[in-house]
Design a protein around this ligand. Structure first.
Ligand SMILES: Cc1cc2nc3c(=O)[nH]c(=O)nc-3n(C[C@H](O)[C@H](O)[C@H](O)COP(=O)(O)O)c2cc1C
Length: 185
């Protein structure tokens, strides 16, 4: 699968079947993430790869109500970073940007391997820190839910979420987010 195909194939679907998570898969995803660029090569991203069934169970209270579909994930990747581990250029703090890029690489690699890798913001960072022992100074930026796309709809999805299983949510038109040569151009 080339980059174009991985980008186009990737979807944040929510009906997940279980998939075996091996140490090799965890290392593979981490190794692709670590090749992302970062300011001064600071590599501020940190990940906890959660796949132990008891730990997956312990993570259930972490998710918001609308994210109960996450309970079916086989792997939860907690993504976190802290300001002090990366460039701060005047008012620009780069740790989230660089961690986001590494996470995108991880997601695209998972896609290439035939997996769903779905990032979310609907969780409690506090509870996540408690369950996983992540120190207070780190910002928990996202949780990425990994599994196999299921042909059977998850029973906990809303109408909107059901529609998004088969239809990719619309994107903004080019003119709205992209300009040529000058802002507004
Ligand atoms: C930062 C971020 C937060 C998100 N939070 C949630 C979430 O809490 N629950 C959820 O079901 N999807 C969540 N999503 C998935 C988006 O809804 C999804 O990516 C978007 O609708 C576009 O669909 P697509 O990724 O399949 O193209 C999140 C995605 C990102 C990048």
């Amino acid at each position: 699968m080339d980059v174009h195909a991985a980008i186009e194939t990737r979807r944040a679907t929510r009906s997940l079947d279980r998939v075996e998570i091996t140490a090799g898969l965890v290392r593979d995803l981490a190794f692709h993430a670590r090749l992302a660029p970062s300011c001064s090569n600071n590599q501020p991203w940190r990940f906890v790869f959660v796949h132990d069934p008891e730990k997956i169970e312990a993570m259930k209270p972490v998710f918001n109500e609308g994210n109960r579909w996450c309970h079916a994930a086989s792997l939860i990747v907690a993504v976190f970073s802290r300001k002090d581990d990366d460039c701060v250029v005047k008012d620009r703090e780069y740790h989230q940007f660089d961690t986001g890029m590494a996470t995108a690489f991880l997601i695209l690699r998972a896609t290439e391997l035939g997996l769903v890798a779905h990032p979310i913001a609907g969780y409690s960072p506090k509870k996540t820190r408690e369950v996983l022992g992540i120190p207070e100074e780190y910002q928990v930026i996202t949780l990425v839910l990994v599994g196999k796309r299921s042909a059977t709809l998850s029973p906990v999805l809303s109408e909107k979420q059901i529609e998004a299983e088969t239809t990719r949510p619309e994107r903004l038109p080019f003119e709205t987010f992209a300009f040529v040569n000058t802002y507004g151009g």
